[in-house]
Design a protein around this ligand. Sequence first.
Ligand SMILES: [Zn+2]
Length: 311
Amino acid sequence: MTAHTAGKRRTLAAVPGGRAILPVTEITGTAPGPRALITAGIHGGEYPGMAASMELAAALAPEDIAGTLTIIHAANPCAFWARRPELNEEDGKNLNREFPGDPRGTSTERLAHLLMDRFIRRADFYIDCHSGDIHEDLCPHVYYSKACAESVSRASRDMALAADVPYMVPSIAQGGAYNCGAAAGVPSILIEHGGNGLCTEDDVAAFRRDLVRILRRTGVLIGGRFPAEPMKETPREVKKVLYVMAEEDSCWRTALRQGDPVKKGDILGRTTNLFGDERRTYRAEEDGVLLYINTSFALLKGKVAAAYVVI
Ligand SMILES: [Zn+2]
C-alpha cells in the first residue's frame, strides 16, 4: 500500500489491448479506515447507479472519509456508449458473467480481470450498482452472496440490510462481480434500482441514500455532513427467485408490472409470431411477487421474460 495521503484523485484505468477506459474517483480520507469500492455501469444500459456515483464523488471530501473510497463510474464504457443492453459491443459478452476474468482473454474477459485484480480484490467492502436493463421493468432489491465463507456472507448480508428496498436475495450464483468479490473474501453486495433505460431523479436519489447509509455502516463515511437517512422499509429475505425464460424468439405481451403479486397459474405474458398468431402462454408456477419483467415487444429465446420472488 502507498502512504496515506488525504485527497481526491481522478484517474483513467485502461483495459490492456482494448478500447475501454474506466473513469475512477479515489477519495483518501483524513482518517485511517477500510477501503471501500463502488462500481456502476457493469451493464452499460443501467444508468441511475452511474449518475449517483458521480454525484457522490463530487459531493464527498477527504474529511468525510475514514480510509479510502474508490468509485468506478462507468465500469463498461464501450457498452455504455453503444447504448446496448447487457452486452459489451466489443465482443458480445455479458461482463457480469465473466468474473474473475482472464488477462489473455477477449475484451470483456480482460475488463473483468482488471476490475477483479486491480479493484475488487483490494477492497474491504464492495457495492455494485445495477438496474433493470433497457428492456426490463424492475422492483428495487439487493443481492448478497452465499457462495463464500460464512463470515463474508454474514458481513455482506449486514451491508444488504442497509439498502432501503423491499427484497433481499441470497445468491449462490458465480461469475458476477459481487459473487467473485465475496468468494475472494470481500463482503460484497449488488443493489438494483430503476430500469427501462431511464435515469430518473427518484432512482438516482434512492441509490445515493443507500450508498451513504452503507458507507456509514461500514465505517468509511464519517462526520456529520452526510447522515444516514431513515429507511422506509427493511429488505425481506426471499426464499428463492424463479426465472421464466423465453422458449423461442417471439412477440411478448404482458399486463403486469414489477412489484405485482402473482398467484400460481396466473398468466405472466403471452407471445405471438410476427403475424400475430398465438404461440405460448407463460404462467407462474408458484405464488410470489414480480421482481422484474421484460417490457420489450421483442422477446429473445433464452432471455428472461419474467422473474419473481417467492417469499
Ligand atoms: Zn445489471
